[in-house]
Design a protein around this ligand. Structure first.
Ligand SMILES: Cc1ncc(COP(=O)(O)O)c(C=O)c1O
Length: 490
């Protein structure tokens, strides 16, 4: 095991496009990119305003806009509200992005738990640099304000409601969640919402609801490791569908697997996928929905990072295209507001009632005080203001980690540039064994999440996920430098 199965690459189609076929905005974007790489436009500097660029370079404002969107996608510039576009900190010498592996979808039994537990167990030491952690820094959450909401809501809670709300969930919380769906354009009947002990319970119940032991479930490669553990526990078989680091699920591969195999359910993240950070384009999300609709295969959509987008608009979910209740959309407050409160939910579509019954048979209800506190906070605590601050902090921290990786990691390292969340996915040179890297780094007080824990078939042996969700400081920089030296020693 280990570095024996490097991810394979194929040439980018962009590289083979001849210059005369290039669109005007792409040419203009390339000219700006060249100015950035040569240092004419320095990190942190403002790029010419759309009006100025349009006049100076003789291109239309819409060409400039399109070019700037492209440069934003490539991670070279970022938009600041009401200020314009700026060169990102690491943009001068960015590491290249990973490319999708060309391997076919693979079917396999799942047996990863021991490996995952050994990695997770190593994350408990508070003195370890937490690049392997699944959470952002607790300092980024409004925990004192939430505690006030807890105290306030408990004073208001009637003893009768404590019992009555257990099955349905806190009515105010359900309303607040439905309201957020409504603001994002999804009209959700309240009956569809099942409040759960975090998204983890929601995802477990959804899968239990639509599968029997031995069934095939389509999952992502790489996938969130707990998804693999759930399949293992429920004795389900994984069909691993490749995920492009920027575009998300490979729809051709999925279509092929659905045509050949009796897949009973899909478990996918269409936005800010863990670990890659990939977000599918809207038209691909719609195509995914239509494909599953044709096959009548339910989708469990894990959307726990949805609130952590850096773009001005939130990403659309596949659920927003759902016409007949085929999508079970799972969300959570763990990543964006209240880690440890264990409050998540599923908008369960046609399966909502059955999911609710399964919940009653297993855990009955998430903690009533925790639900009441979050409901109070959503109503009075300034949630959107907190989210704006959090996204801003995470975006700046992503820049710092990317800049640091470009300084300290080998130039052939590849890295994702997600439009949100707090993970980067690194592909190191082929000879790097990330499990061995994990052990060597841990001995020096640095954790990371090695690639094989994200795969049922233990692929991604030369990859790792690093968390940038903690404020960047001298210790983080030293840890990156040390990691760089260990990587170079392979
Ligand atoms: C992709 C993904 N889904 C679900 C979860 C579980 O979320 P919760 O803490 O709400 O159970 C996590 C947490 O690590 C996650 O990363």
């Amino acid at each position: 095991m280990g570095a024996g199965q490097p991810v394979q690459y194929r040439a980018t189609s962009r590289a083979t496009v001849s210059l005369d076929k290039m669109k005007r905005y792409e040419k203009f974007a390339d000219e700006i990119a060249a100015l950035i790489r040569r240092g004419v436009l320095a990190p942190g500097e403002k790029v010419p305003s759309v009006r100025h660029a349009s006049r100076t370079y003789g291109v239309s404002p819409s060409t400039v806009f399109q070019a700037y969107y492209l440069l934003e996608d490539r991670g070279l510039i970022l938009a600041r509200p009401r200020s314009g576009y700026f060169v990102r900190e690491y943009a001068q010498r960015p590491l290249p992005e990973p490319e999708i592996g060309v391997r076919q979808a693979q079917t396999s039994e799942v047996d990863v738990s021991e490996l995952v537990f050994s990695v997770l167990g190593s994350l408990k030491d508070p003195d370890t640099v937490p690049f392997g952690s699944a959470f952002p820094s607790p300092d980024l959450f409004p925990l004192p304000r939430l505690a006030r909401s807890m105290a306030h809501s408990l004073r208001e809670l009637s003893p009768h409601a404590v019992i009555a709300d257990m099955t349905e969930g806190n009515p105010n919380l359900r309303r607040q969640i439905a309201l957020r769906y409504m603001l994002s354009g999804v009209m959700l009947p309240l009956e569809e919402l099942v409040i759960c002990n975090g998204a983890m319970e929601a995802l477990n119940l959804c899968l239990q609801c639509v599968t029997q032991p031995g069934d095939l479930v389509a999952i992502e490669a790489p996938a969130f490791y707990a998804c693999l553990q759930v399949l293992e526990r429920l004795k389900l078989k994984a069909v691993e569908i490749p995920v492009h680091p920027r575009e998300g699920i490979d729809l051709d591969s999925l279509a092929d697997s659905l045509a050949r195999l009796p897949i009973k359910a899909c478990w996918f993240m269409s936005s800010l996928q863990n670990p890659l950070g990939a977000s599918m384009r809207e038209e691909h999300k719609q195509a995914l929905y239509e494909l599953l609709q044709r096959h009548q295969v339910p989708l469990i959509e894990d959307d726990v990072y949805a609130e952590l987008h850096f773009a001005s608009q939130p990403p659309r979910s596949v659920k927003s295209f759902d016409r007949d209740g085929l999508v079970m959309h799972c969300g959570s407050f763990s990543k964006c507001l209240a880690p440890g409160y264990r409050v998540g939910w599923v908008a369960g579509g046609r399966y909502a009632e059955q999911i609710g019954r399964l919940k009653l048979m297993t855990t009955i209800s998430p903690s009533v005080p925790a639900q009441a506190a979050i409901a109070d906070y959503l109503q009075h605590g300034g949630y959107d203001r907190h989210l704006r601050k959090l996204r801003h902090a995470l975006e700046a921290q992503q820049d710092s980690m990317l800049a640091s990786a470009a300084r300290h990691f080998p130039a052939s390292t590849r890295v994702t540039r997600p439009g949100g969340g707090y993970f980067l996915w690194f592909e190191f040179p082929e000879q790097v064994d990330s499990l061995q890297l994990f052990r060597l780094a841990l001995a020096q007080g640095i954790s990371l999440a090695p690639g094989p824990i994200f795969s049922a078939t233990r692929r991604f042996g030369n990859c790792a996920r690093l968390n940038y969700g903690h404020p960047w400081n001298a210790q983080s920089e030293q840890a990156m430098a040390l990691l760089g030296r260990i990587i170079a020693s392979f």
